[in-house]
Design a protein around this ligand. Structure first.
Ligand SMILES: [Zn+2]
Length: 89
């Protein structure tokens, strides 16, 4: 079991005090879900919903980036909607 769990309702890491999920926890989760990225997204989105309730003053987009965005790092394939968005810039 990881020491780097979330401290609720402030959502800092119990292990290192950084905003959760911290770098260490991200690496642990990425390793644990290496073959199941969809499961990782579902797992994190359940935490994201809890965090949005606990941190109502924090913009949802910011929390979404914090909880979800890093899961796509290192994945070379862009989602199709990203390509469409880039073309229209
Ligand atoms: Zn940590």
């Amino acid at each position: 079991m990881s020491n780097h769990g979330p401290v609720m309702p402030i959502w800092n890491c119990a292990g290192c005090g950084l905003p959760w999920p911290c770098r260490t926890r991200q690496q642990e989760l990425r390793a644990a879900y290496v073959d199941a990225p969809v499961s990782l997204s579902l797992y994190l989105s359940s935490y994201l919903v809890m965090a949005m309730q606990d941190l109502p003053g924090t913009p949802a987009g910011l929390l979404h980036r914090r909880f979800m965005e890093w899961t796509r790092e290192g994945q070379p394939r862009e989602e199709s909607w990203v390509r469409v968005a880039r073309r229209s810039l």
